[in-house]
Design a protein around this ligand. Structure first.
Ligand SMILES: CC(C)(COP(=O)(O)OP(=O)(O)OC[C@H]1O[C@@H](n2cnc3c(N)ncnc32)[C@H](O)[C@@H]1OP(=O)(O)O)[C@@H](O)C(=O)NCCC(=O)NCCS
Length: 184
């Protein structure tokens, strides 16, 4: 039986990276979604892992992002160890992470993935051009889903940014002010 639980970074971090290498191959860091992650930090309390006899065999990582200034959660990568694929674990680990995001009060979830697969866990393809990632992106794979938001709340629209963008902008501003003060 698979047990789904939150990520404990010190315990699971290395196993998760190994699972990504085994499922996506070493090229996975080139993807656009990966660039969003570079500017964010994952949320271990919402990320869900699947343990089989104590061994990590599945993960759905979750990251905070902004879509046009509205807070949302980015889901992915989602990965299941090759020998466990096809047994609904991918769906179950994603649903567990979606439930955790909803419980924590987050309104929207976003991901980049195969519509045929992720429509099974409630995602729908975003209106073309409404959610713009930094870098080239196949718009037909950008998907959204409501979490705590009510059914009639419109989906957010706009550029996707991540918390570290804002932090970097602030740091640049601070450095600028410091230089300006020194020059006075
Ligand atoms: C995609 C992945 C997470 C699915 O997990 P899983 O546990 O094998 O999938 P499930 O058992 O929940 O679902 C299996 C079903 O999904 C379908 N499916 C799997 N990958 C799919 C894809 N990329 N597109 C469309 N359908 C897909 C299967 O054909 C199967 O269909 P069926 O129920 O009609 O037979 C897993 O195969 C994996 O780790 N793949 C490599 C990494 C990856 O591509 N991740 C997704 C992008 S973030």
């Amino acid at each position: 039986m698979i047990v789904y639980e939150r990520e404990i970074p010190d315990r699971d971090g290395r196993d998760i990276e190994r699972l990504f290498d085994a499922t996506f191959g070493p090229g996975h860091f080139a993807k656009t979604a990966e660039r969003v992650r570079e500017y964010s930090y994952s949320l271990p309390e919402i990320t869900r892992i699947g343990l089989y006899n104590g061994r990590l065999v599945a993960v759905c990582r979750v990251w905070p992002i902004y879509i046009g200034g509205t807070e949302a959660l980015f889901y992915g990568p989602i990965a299941v160890a090759p020998e466990h694929q096809g047994g609904r674990i991918g769906q179950d680990v994603t649903e567990a992470a979606l439930a955790a995001g909803k419980k924590a009060g987050h309104e929207f979830a976003c991901l980049i993935g195969a519509p045929a697969y992720f429509s099974r866990v409630g995602f729908e393809v975003a209106t073309a051009g409404s959610v713009r990632f930094p870098g080239p992106q196949d718009q037909k794979r950008v998907m959204l889903r409501r979490l705590a938001a009510s059914d009639d709340t419109p989906f957010p629209e706009g550029e996707v940014t991540a918390p570290l963008d804002a932090m970097r902008a602030e740091a640049t501003q601070r450095a600028y002010l410091q230089r300006a003060r020194q020059a006075e």
